[in-house]
Write a protein that binds this ligand. Structure first.
Ligand code: FMN
Length: 439
């Protein structure tokens, strides 16, 4: 999909090292998504100039930023085969027997990047047809899937072997293991990252002399491949965490009764707010007015959108966290537990958004809008569409005795990180809502 650089700092993350600096400055979102990198010396970072910064997990952390915690559980020479051996016959090499296996299980991962198999290509481990390797590989994956944190296990296809070394054999890795790993992932419905194809394509410049271990650039190639997959999964991972714990069903919305003429007469921007929270009913009425389904049988809404793309997602930011409004279910789905209100409005202690109970954030899903080939139209229509929602909120607030201010000032990069938005979504505008300040 063409994401047409609508979120420059995150889209560029996949290829430009400069992103590391940009994301390092972002507000630190709570609840980072925990990524356990499980593997052998290629995960450990053997051959990197500085493992702490150049192993693939370290480079992945830099690409993803503070919304993620990437942990390296690589162990040299380890095999998927439980009874795995070194090339010289020394046993005890099964990953299951390494301390990293226990640590990877204990870290409550949201995601496991599973990249074992290279050492299994040694004749002492592979045997005739790798049947035992495949059996134990699947058992390890199952053990991770069965954890209480129910992680998503991403199958990392074993990297290309540029030159056979340590009795690791490309003819097994490329010819038998990688095709089996692809089939295994497909059969089990697991996400896959084809590190084999990625490293093979970059093989000319991406290996150290042993021909098995990538150099810093090669580790960067693996990190970028995993980063693309994780950013694809990010929104669902974040919501999954909270899905059961914090899904707030709102009461059915009620219509405010003020005549339109009077609401128009009263519509006004206000920047003074009471910190009194809005009730569930008040919130439901507000969100329905903003962009609820007024013709549910046609799936149409109170605010129009160009070509009826309905590309706006409303997020409700409160002191206790941020929630995506599921309009169809009229429910709030929690996506993080931090207070993001201060990322809307002008930064600083006098920011009224910190007093008001609600900061609405209008997020455009450019993928859903589907105008990637016409970026100017995409932004034009997205902005106008947000304006309609904003005016609905203004009129509802006038009728419901609430104060509000529409905001072009917000920090989209930091909000995107904290909300775990996909790269195709951008917070475009915000709107503060609350009861009037006491006179
Ligand atoms: C596109 C747009 C962006 C705005 N951005 C801000 C903002 O960042 N901060 C703010 O205090 N007010 C903002 N406003 C509110 C305007 O300042 C306000 O609507 C204007 O002063 C007129 O006042 P009224 O809404 O009471 O008619 C914005 C309004 C619009 C339409």
């Amino acid at each position: 999909m063409n994401t047409f650089s609508i979120r420059p700092c995150r889209a560029a993350a996949l290829v430009v090292a400069a992103l590391a600096a940009a994301t390092a400055n972002a507000a630190v979102p709570a609840d980072p998504l925990v990524v356990a990198c499980v593997g052998d010396s290629i995960t450990y970072g053997h051959g990197a100039s500085d493992r702490g910064a150049k192993s693939y997990p370290a480079q992945l952390q830099a690409l993803l930023g503070d919304g993620w915690q990437v942990l390296n559980f690589g162990h040299n020479a380890r095999t998927a085969l439980d009874e795995g051996k070194e090339w010289n016959g020394q046993g005890g090499m099964g990953y299951r027997k390494s301390p990293e296996f226990a640590k990877a299980k204990d870290c409550k991962p949201d995601v496991v990047l599973f990249m074992l198999g290279t050492n299994d290509s040694k004749p002492v481990n592979w045997g005739e047809d790798g049947a035992d390797v495949k059996r134990d590989y699947a058992k390890l994956v199952d053990d991770f899937l069965a954890l209480d944190s129910a992680p998503v296990v991403v199958v990392g296809v074993s990297p290309f072997v540029k030159k056979d070394s340590f009795s690791i054999r490309e003819k097994i890795v490329g010819g038998e293991l990688a095709p089996w790993q692809r089939a295994f992932a497909a059969e089990r419905g697991l996400p896959i990252v084809d590190a084999y194809e990625a490293t093979k394509a970059a093989a000319g410049t991406s290996y150290i002399g042993d021909g098995v271990h990538p150099n810093d650039a090669g580790y960067g190639v693996i990190a970028a491949a995993f980063a693309v997959k994780l950013l694809e999964l990010e929104t669902s991972l974040a919501e999954r965490r909270f899905a059961d714990a914090a899904r707030i069903a709102l009461p059915a919305p009620k219509r405010t009764a003020m005549p339109l003429g009077e609401a128009l007469a009263a519509r006004s921007t206000h920047r003074e707010f009471s910190s009194t929270p809005l009730s569930g009913q008040e919130l439901s009425d507000l969100l329905w007015a903003a962009n609820g389904y007024n013709r549910p049988e046609e799936k149409k809404r109170t605010a129009p959108t160009a070509i009826n793309r309905q590309e706006i997602d409303l997020y409700v930011c409160r002191a206790d966290g941020a929630y995506r409004w599921d309009a169809a279910e009229n429910a709030l789905v929690q996506v993080c537990t931090n207070d993001l209100r201060g990322l809307t409005g002008r930064p600083g202690p006098s920011n009224f958004a910190l007093t008001a109970p609600i900061a609405l954030v209008y997020v455009i899903d450019f993928a859903r809008q589907g105008m990637q080939e016409r970026p100017q139209d995409a932004f034009k229509y997205a902005s106008v569409d947000c304006g309609f929602v904003g005016q609905n909120v203004y009129l509802h607030c006038a009728a419901a005795g609430l104060n509000t201010v529409f905001l072009g000032s917000l920090r989209p990069g930091e909000i995107s990180e904290a909300l775990h938005l996909p790269v195709t979504s951008i917070p475009l505008f915000a709107q503060t809502v609350g009861k009037p300040a006491a006179p």
